[in-house]
Write a protein that binds this ligand. Structure first.
Ligand SMILES: NC(=O)C1=CN([C@@H]2O[C@H](COP(=O)(O)OP(=O)(O)OC[C@H]3O[C@@H](n4cnc5c(N)ncnc54)[C@H](O)[C@@H]3O)[C@@H](O)[C@H]2O)[C@H](O)CC1
Ligand SMILES: [K+]
Length: 473
């Protein structure tokens, strides 16, 4: 929900506007539950859950409304809730602030709106909320809870201590999993979050990447890129992209002549060369050994399509049960390989067709086709295009960052490497979606500077900023 909120904001629908819709929805449900002229007590906490009810108070003109704010107004925790509080104060609404639980009293209302705490909270209710919850439960009024009964965990439906026993709950946008187990009526109200905030990747998707300050080296990924042969730049780009996308270590396994080149491109990479000028089945046992201690393997950058190389990829995947990103020529082995591995395949549309998938010029049709093909394959697909489509066969996301300048060679290698790094810290679908989003953002930043003359290494430098949420919020 937090991610969807940030995405909605980036689409031009800020949280305050959603709060206005939520408050309006709360007022609508109040009207369904009581006749005009009835007395309504609004019990508001100091977060956005309270803010929703403060908006509702403004809508309920034909009722006798009293607002009880739990806590001091100075401690209202969000700007948008405070602005709605100040609007009530300025309008001389009937308000009471409850700084001491002993002073909390309901004047026998017909309806109580419980907006103490919503989804922002875990743990047992503190004071004065706990006392207020008991008073609500003891009153004969109908109790309408906003979003979730205060004190109840919206995900589990469980309470860590005293909780409001609601007669009705009005929740927003989507049902909350915990509400199903409660003995009350639940209304789900649309608050105008654009569908696009869920379909398209946006800055909200980056929230999943917030790092734990206590983390250690290796926690953010040890990525192995297997590739090189006819091409030497591709594996180096992928491995450097893994580092720029946050991996702690990036290694490259490639033919000896490529290894020298790769090491020359960057001293940040750990490079292991193997005999011969291309990957072959003989190398597989050593590769499996090398891959065993890594978080993710990225297969394909610069590999070429030598029969022996493709046979080696097939043998490797048949014996591997970790997570692998599969790109470029390595993709063609995926449809007929039996593997326990979790694969994230990153074809462009030509490669998708070569794998047996279908494509379409319309992105919405493509979204369906990609989802069906991912389900058939049993792997995650990230199909590159003006609109990238990511699916695990069940859920899907669409990414529209990026620009035509990115058709230059090497940007796909950057994406594959970034996906590898992110797959060591996120579930596969999220890793692919965030990688596509950030790679496109990096490409857009590069295009701002270099226009159609951008090159793949420009993306590397811009990946870290593209993965920072704050610049877009
Ligand atoms: N898109 C959306 O999600 C929308 C949600 N809306 C509403 O916002 C709330 C969630 O608001 P948030 O500010 O994140 O949190 P809460 O209001 O639930 O709580 C914060 C509040 O509670 C205090 N607190 C924390 N723990 C405790 C405790 N154990 N006991 C007492 N008090 C506690 C904390 O200090 C803060 O003051 C969601 O439920 C919706 O109702 C929207 O407005 C629309 C969009
Ligand atoms: K509530």
């Amino acid at each position: 929900m937090a991610a969807v909120d940030v995405n909605a904001e980036s689409l031009g629908v800020p949280r305050k506007q959603l709060m206005e819709s939520s408050g309006n929805a709360v007022a609508r449900v109040c009207r369904d539950l009581t006749d005009p002229g009835s007395s309504v007590a609004i019990v508001a906490g100091r977060g956005n859950n309270g803010g929703d009810a403060l908006v509702a108070a403004r809508f309920l003109k034909e009722y006798d409304v009293t607002v009880h704010l739990l806590g001091r107004p100075e401690t209202i925790s969000t700007d948008i809730a405070r602005e709605n509080w100040e609007a009530l104060v300025a309008s001389e609404a009937d308000i009471q602030t409850v700084t001491d639980s002993a002073t909390f009293e309901l004047d026998d209302p017909d309806l109580v709106v419980d907006a103490m705490l919503g989804t922002g909270v875990t743990g047992a209710l503190r004071e004065p909320e706990a006392t207020a919850a008991r008073a609500l439960n003891d009153s004969s009024a109908t109790v309408l809870s906003v979003d979730v009964p205060s004190g109840v965990d919206a995900d589990t439906g469980e309470a860590a201590g005293v909780a409001v026993e609601a007669d009705h709950v009005v929740t927003f946008h989507d049902d909350k999993p915990g509400l199903g187990s409660l003995d009350c009526d639940v209304t789900v109200e649309d608050i105008g979050i654009p569908v696009a905030a869920e379909v398209f990747t946006g800055p909200g998707d980056l929230l999943s990447l917030r790092r734990d300050p206590q983390s250690h080296k290796g926690d953010h990924g040890d990525v192995l890129v297997v590739g090189g042969g006819p091409y030497t730049g591709a594996p180096a780009l992928a491995a450097q992209a893994a580092l720029r996308a946050g991996a702690d270590l990036a290694r490259v396994a490639c033919p000896e002549h490529v290894a020298r080149e790769v090491q020359g491109y960057s001293e940040n990479l750990i490079v292991r060369g193997f005999s011969g000028d291309h990957l072959a089945p003989d190398h597989v046992p050593e590769l499996l050994d090398f891959a065993a201690d890594r978080d993710v393997v990225v297969f394909g950058p610069g590999l070429g399509d030598h029969d022996e190389s493709l046979a080696a990829v097939r043998e490797f995947l048949a014996a591997y049960d970790g997570t692998a990103v599969v790109d470029a020529d390595a993709l063609q082995v995926v449809p007929d390989v039996e593997t326990e591995a979790t694969l994230i395949c990153t074809p462009h549309q030509g490669e998708l067709v070569k794998m047996g998938g279908e494509t379409d010029t319309d992105w919405e049709t493509r979204r369906e086709l990609v989802r069906e093909f991912a389900a058939d394959l049993g792997h995650v697909l990230l199909v590159k295009g003006a609109y990238d489509v990511v699916s695990d066969g069940d859920e899907d996301r669409v990414n529209r960052t990026g620009n035509p300048g990115m058709t230059v060679g090497g940007t796909g290698d950057v994406l594959a490497g970034a996906t590898g790094a992110l797959a060591s810290v996120l579930p596969p679908l999220d890793a692919a979606a965030v990688a596509a989003y950030a790679n496109g953002r990096a490409g857009d930043a590069a295009a701002d500077e270099f226009g159609g003359g951008l090159v793949a290494t420009d993306l590397l430098e811009r990946l870290p900023a593209a993965l920072e949420g704050d610049q877009h919020e």
